[in-house]
Structures are given as C-alpha cells and as structure tokens.
Design a protein around this ligand. Structure first.
Ligand SMILES: [Zn+2]
Length: 395
C-alpha cells in the first residue's frame, strides 16, 4: 500500500547508501547493532552520522529519506551490504569466516580488474543449520533514524537469492532450498519491521533483470522462479507498508558490472509481477532508452526513475534532471512517477559533498518540472542565497 509516497506529487528519494563521514571510524565488526549501540563511541558516531545524513537530505528537500545505510562497515567495494546479514542471521557458522566460492562473475573479473577485489573479499560465514532472522535487528536501526525525522525513512535489505549465491552451505542440499529458507527468514524480519511502523521497505537487487544476461541463477532460477521468491520474501508486507523493488546494473566499488549498457526490456513483464508498490529503474547512468517500454508495461505500480548517477563524481545539473523527468512523463503519468538516484552513493569513492550536491540537483530539477506542472515545489534550503557565507560580497 502507498504510505511513504502517498501524499507527495513527484516525490524524491535516494536508493539508500551515502558516503561515510571521515570521522565515523567505528565499525560493527562481529557485534550486533544493539550490542554496538551500548558502546559509547559507536553510538555517538552512529547517531551523529544518521543525524548528518538526515540533515543533508532535509536541506536538499528530499521527501522520502534513508539512514544512508549507516550500519554497513567500511569494507572493500561496499561489501558490507552482503556480509551484514550472514554475519548476524541464525544458522551461520560462528567460527572465522572463509572466502566463498564465487560462481557468478569470476571469469569476467580476473585479477587486474577492480572487481576482482570484490570477489576476493567475499569472506563469509557458511550455513551450518536452519537459517533464521537471528540478530538482523532491522526495526531497531529503522527506529534509530525515524525518531530523528518527521519524514518517512525507507529501509532497505538485500534479497535472498544474492545471499544464497554468496555463501557456502553445509546444511541445505540444494541452492533453491537455501534461497527459499533465506527468503522465509527475511520475510519474518521484514514483517517485524513493517509492524514497527516503517513506511517503506526496499528489496535491493532481486536478480530478475539479470537472467537474460547471466542465465538462470544456479542454473535453476529463471525469471518466474525469482518472481516467486521475491513475492515469498515480501508476503504480508504490502498490506502494512509501501514495498519498493530496487534494481540497477551494479554498484560494487561504484562500478557498472557489465561493459555494455543493459536493457530492462526483456524482463519488464516479469518485474511487473512482483508484489511491490514501487519499481525502481536505473535510467540516468544507462540512459532513458527503456522509459517508453517501462511506461507501456508497468501500468499500475509506481515507477521510480534514477536521475542521479551513482558511478560518477560529476554533479548532474538541475536542467539535465528536469529534461530526464520530462522524458519520463511522456510515458509515465505524474501520479505514478517518483524521482530517485540510480543506486546508493555510498559504496566507495564519492565524497559526502558530491552526494549532497547530487541530492540538491535532484530536488532542484524536480522542482523545475513541478513548477511547470503547477505542483507544489519542495523547499530546498541548500539553495537559499541569503545564507551564502559570502553573501555581503554578492558573489
Ligand atoms: Zn542498486
């Protein structure tokens, strides 16, 4: 059901992660979130970080905010997005994590390619028993952010098939069985999060759109099976909260994972079958070429388009953002259009300042189009000339 995006026209959001402050030096390590929050230093740095993230999003004028994925540790290539869950879920070994086999991508990223580091760093605990939510503690992390803001905080999670493809398994006899068990465990955790009052839950990177490029996952899971897994993972959620399905074409080390620009078009009908209220699409970095097809196939769900590229440091201009939104509006009605970044901006390499100005440009560009359509514009405090430090010299 529509919650976070219900009351705003052309609402703006980001996918999730933001660059870490240089002074946020603490990491969760092997601790659970609640365990770490007992640590004075961790708690202070964590709370100050999400406060800074929320302030930056508020200054830009973003409508649906995130906690910047502040619980992810400083790991090579942003790998904490994948290691957070297996290090805390029930059913995983508690001995030293070991390198996992990486069936997907190893041939494409030999040593000498930046993404080889990402593969080398897949050092994960292995499954040794039935998996459960364990200490994921999503609702505690969501509360830590939501209590600082009146705006809705969207909370994201990795999807089960990516976890299943990343870890060794001594317990389940088949990778499909493993994927379904992880799906059930995540579903339990996400229902607790929805019951806590989270107004938007985002499923990050289901592999549906990857199947035409990579073939069936484990040689078994095609688009239909991956849709079923998605819908099992979110069962019960759309009655309680707004569910987003996020897809993009890669973000480890803020890299595209494919040499060629890929298209969503072969899997749009499958994506339309997921039980989500909002589908996100990477349409800035990979261009607007899929917008017409997206508009033709996705006729009931809301559509979040990316107008900010997470791979580059070049800050998009507001007129570029407005142009892309106008192009989208040729194919998608304004009532169902959401404006976002292509993916998270916090993996590796981007500064907070770059990310902040990208968010500002996104809102400025959206405001241009809102004004053209006669819609209310968002307050963008960051553009108020009165508060230029050099205002008196009329720079
Ligand atoms: Zn992404």
């Amino acid at each position: 059901m529509y919650k976070a995006s219900a009351d705003t026209q052309l609402p703006t959001s980001i996918i999730g992660s933001l660059p870490r402050p240089s002074w946020f030096t603490e990491n969760l390590g092997a601790r659970s979130f609640l365990e770490a929050m007992v640590d004075t230093t961790y708690r202070e740095q964590y709370e100050d970080t999400i406060s800074a993230y929320l302030q930056a999003q508020n200054d830009a004028g973003i409508d649906i905010c995130t906690d910047g994925d502040a619980h992810y540790d400083t790991q090579v290539a942003g790998l904490s997005w994948q290691t957070y869950a297996p290090n805390r879920m029930e059913g995983f070994s508690e001995t030293k994590p070991q390198p996992s086999r990486y069936a997907v991508g190893a041939a494409a990223y030999p040593r000498g390619h930046i993404l080889h580091d990402f593969l080398e760093c897949k050092v994960m605990p292995r499954i040794v028993g039935p998996v459960g939510p364990g200490d994921l503690q999503y609702s505690a992390m969501w509360r830590a952010a939501q209590r600082m803001s009146d705006k809705p905080i969207k909370f994201g999670t990795i999807t089960p098939e990516l976890l299943a493809a990343s870890v060794e398994d001594d317990y389940y006899s088949d990778p499909v069985e493993r994927t379904m068990a992880l799906s059930e465990a995540l579903n339990q955790e996400l229902n607790v999060l929805a019951d806590a009052g989270c107004q938007s839950i985002q499923m990050e990177e289901p592999q549906i759109h990857m199947t035409p490029v990579r073939g069936k996952l484990f040689g078994k899971l095609g688009t239909d099976e991956l849709v079923q897994i998605f819908n099992n993972t979110v069962k019960g959620l759309t009655k309680k909260t707004e569910v987003w399905c996020h897809t993009c074409w890669g973000n480890p080390s803020q890299q595209r994972i494919f040499e060629e620009i890929q298209s969503y078009q072969p899997t749009l009908h499958a994506l339309n079958q997921v039980d989500a209220d909002v589908l996100t699409f990477e349409t800035c970095s990979s261009g607007p070429g899929d917008l017409k097809a997206i508009g033709e196939v996705i006729t009931e769900k809301k559509i979040a388009i990316g107008v900010i590229d997470h791979h580059t440091l070049q800050v998009e201009r507001p007129d570029q953002v407005a142009k892309l939104i106008r192009e989208a509006l040729k194919h998608i009605p304004a009532e169902r259009l959401i404006i976002s970044s292509d993916c998270g901006m916090g993996r590796e390499g981007m500064t907070r300042r770059h990310a902040n100005y990208k968010m500002i440009a996104m809102v400025q560009g959206t405001n241009i189009v809102r004004a053209e359509l006669g819609l209310p514009v968002a307050k963008c405090r960051a553009q108020d000339q009165q508060f230029s430090l050099a205002a008196e010299t009329a720079l």
